[in-house]
Design a protein around this ligand. Structure first.
Ligand SMILES: [Zn+2]
Length: 251
């Protein structure tokens, strides 16, 4: 049986010298793994679509054990991303994050759209990737059920805040009354919460135009990277480690 869906390649794994298995984020069916015959060989019909980030209409042949890519009508190959180490590091992290949260048979259209927009931003912008990353992370958390609570106390629902403490393990802000029970909380300034709130309700392309103090971005990055580690229960994102190594070498 053949079916057609928009999809992005999140990952490719070699299975033979000629063939690869593509992990696809599809709009209609969530995560799908499908064999691309000849995907590793130049000049075969499927080789142009057997690259990470390729976005297009995929026609897939449902197999008994494994699905097979039948043909692909490429909308955007995001070729530039694969030609620039910094772009590649950020975009690979987006793909790895999506791979970690999406599941087979479950659609996530908001995340799908945000991934496409994120890849376009990384492709066509020369800078500001750190803000795009924060926006992508926060929205991914929201769209996959891990939205941080930043409106009211995550413990009691209270709204009494002289100082705002954020508790990563609890998943949100802690009010003055509850603060003493969560001594692993961190004091954050109200700007951090304002920016988080703005990002959680604003399209990623609009967020990317925001002018923010670099120290705010750094602070947000530390909180959100840690939040993802705890709530997605994943310590190691290979692409994030690569990204950090790259940043150290460039700074
Ligand atoms: Zn409370």
């Amino acid at each position: 049986m053949l079916f057609k869906t928009e999809a992005v390649v999140l990952r490719k794994n070699k299975i033979t010298d000629a063939d690869v298995i593509l992990t696809l984020f599809t709009r209609k069916y969530g995560k799908i793994r499908a064999v691309a015959k000849g995907g590793r060989k130049p000049k075969t019909r499927l080789s142009p679509s057997s690259h990470i980030f390729v976005y297009g209409d995929f026609i897939i042949n449902k197999g008994k054990n494994l699905d097979k890519v039948s043909s692909v009508d490429i909308k955007e190959s995001f070729y530039n991303i694969r030609e620039d180490l910094s772009k590649l590091a950020y975009a690979s992290y987006f793909a790895e994050l999506c791979d970690a949260v999406i599941v087979e048979g479950v659609t996530n259209n908001r995340l799908f759209d945000t991934l496409i927009k994120g890849l376009y931003l990384i492709t066509y912008r020369d800078q500001g990737y750190d803000l795009i990353k924060i926006a992508f992370q926060l929205q991914l958390l929201d769209f996959s059920g891990f939205r941080p609570e930043i409106k009211k106390c995550v413990n009691c629902g209270g709204v009494k805040f002289n100082k705002i403490n954020f508790n990563i393990h609890q998943g949100g802000i802690i009010c003055d009354n509850c603060y003493s029970r969560y001594d692993d909380s961190m004091l954050v300034n109200s700007m951090i919460i304002k920016v988080m709130n703005y990002i959680l309700k604003t399209d990623i392309t609009t967020v990317s135009k925001l002018k923010l103090n670099p120290s705010i971005i750094k602070r947000l990055e530390r909180i959100i990277d840690k939040y993802i580690e705890i709530h997605l229960e994943r310590k190691n994102f290979k692409s994030l480690e690569f990204l950090r190594t790259l940043e150290q070498n460039l700074s």
